[in-house]
Design a protein around this ligand. Structure first.
Ligand code: MTE
Length: 335
């Protein structure tokens, strides 16, 4: 964390790391310590204590977009319908303070994420669709209506940023996929090839990273597939070449580096739900009044600004999305 100095009121990174991750790591360390495998796995153990050497020196201003063949597409026109009441976060904060567990459990993964190869990149569309198909990212980009949207973004760890994403409405992707009428959910999956990310060898995580939305959420006008950031192709550490942005939900819903989009009538079991069902749920809508089991969600730390601000229901996007949850009051909508 080069620019993000910890203040007394800040949630320490260790506290924000999900309890289940700690527990699973501890169990693994104990098991390893008990047997001869210990000596054979120094790399695994060094990542257990969160000090991955390659992550420790994130470079300044790493946009990660150099050499991206889609660079010529950006910048794209900003859609002014989505206005925000906060200044944009400086690019260096959004691109150097990340969560991308495939590259480690710290925030400084931008350098490690450079090993992600984003061409060729194919997205598989399958499940309950008229006809499953694969599409190469550049063909997809050519078909989609690209625009820029400035959205607020709120992590479950109580930090927030405001950034200009480029990309396309998720509804355009759903329309391209032609789901069958019985489809109720969209399941999205990150790459699982461990040659692209060392974290995928960490066996205590339920890889690949999976997230999901209901069809109503996925086709809501706010749901966005980001392929760019700050008028350039999206950096690898932010989820190149395409990731979800659902600004009314906690950031862990916003699955990065998507390789598969499946339509299903079963609610997908998501990565964090599998890790810690009592802490991270399927819905994960932002609500300042519903505390995380280990910290309050009442306020949020604005990345790069050394101040806290009150959190807002649905992260301030209630006018667009509150109706989606009518009749679902029995569900754990806010975790
Ligand atoms: N997607 C994948 N594949 N792996 C991850 O670890 N982390 C999530 C989400 N998407 C994550 C992911 C979390 S917890 C957050 S807060 C956001 O990505 C962070 O996005 P950012 O790094 O672009 O700010």
């Amino acid at each position: 964390m080069h620019y993000f100095r910890k203040r007394g009121w800040e949630l320490p990174e260790s506290a924000a790391t999900p309890e289940p991750v700690f527990r699973a790591r501890r169990q693994l360390i104990k098991a390893l310590a008990a047997g001869p495998i210990l000596a054979a796995t120094p790399a695994l153990l060094s990542s257990c204590d969160g000090k991955e050497a390659s992550n420790s020196t994130a470079p300044g201003g790493a946009s990660g977009a150099a050499g991206d063949p889609s660079a010529k597409l950006y910048p794209v026109a900003r859609n002014l319908r989505y206005r925000v009441d906060r200044p944009e976060t400086l690019e260096k904060f959004a691109t150097e303070y990340n969560n991308f567990y495939e590259y480690g459990g710290t925030k400084s993964i931008s350098r490690a994420a450079r090993q992600l190869r984003i061409r060729p990149w194919t997205v598989k569309i399958d499940g309950m669709v008229e006809k499953p198909f694969d599409i190469a990212i550049d063909d997809l980009l050519a078909k989609m209506p690209l625009e820029e949207r400035v959205y607020r973004f709120r992590c479950v760890e109580a930090w927030a940023m405001t950034v200009p994403w480029s990309g396309f409405p998720m509804k355009a992707l759903v329309d391209l996929a032609k789901p069958q009428s019985g489809a109720k959910y969209v399941r999205m999956e990150t790459f699982g090839d461990s040659s692209l990310a060392p974290g995928l060898k960490q066996v205590w995580y339920p890889w690949p990273y999976v997230e999901g939305l209901t069809m109503a959420e996925a086709t809501n006008e706010l749901a966005f597939i980001a392929t760019g950031l700050y008028g350039k192709p999206i950096p690898k550490q932010n989820g190149a070449p395409l990731r979800l942005v659902a600004p009314w939900k906690y950031g862990f819903k916003c699955v990065k580096s998507i390789v598969r989009v499946s339509f299903t009538d079963e609610r997908p079991k998501t990565f964090w739900e599998k890790m810690g069902p009592s802490e991270y749920g399927f819905w994960a809508n932002v609500n300042p009044e519903v505390a995380h089991p280990r910290w309050s969600q009442a306020s949020e730390n604005i990345l790069g600004e050394n101040r806290r601000a009150p959190s807002q229901l649905f992260n301030g996007y209630g006018e667009y999305v509150a109706d989606l949850y009518k009749g679902l009051e029995g569900e754990k909508l806010y975790m």
